[in-house]
Design a protein around this ligand. Structure first.
Ligand SMILES: [Zn+2]
Length: 82
């Protein structure tokens, strides 16, 4: 199973993934990327990964930091400043 992608638009698609995910592309570009992701599993994998990463980061930022994590960071800071 070759992971190589010979689609001519691959570099462009990967380059614009962030903007695509953020909804910052115009309709033409969005459609082009969407079409490309439909045809190209390589880029779709990259897209899935980036999108998942975005969700995790967004969630982490929205939720308050758990007490356990806060305590661990505080402990780390104390060790660092000792
Ligand atoms: Zn591709």
């Amino acid at each position: 199973m070759a992971a190589e992608c010979d689609e001519p638009n691959c570099n462009d698609a990967l380059h614009e993934l962030y903007e695509y995910i953020d909804g910052e592309l115009d309709d033409d570009r969005r459609e082009a990327i969407h079409d490309h992701l439909d045809k190209c599993g390589h880029c779709l994998d990259a897209f899935d990964f980036e999108e998942e990463l975005r969700k995790v980061v967004a969630q982490r930022c929205r939720d308050s930091v758990p007490d356990a994590l806060r305590a661990r960071i505080a402990a780390q800071l104390e060790i660092a400043t000792d």
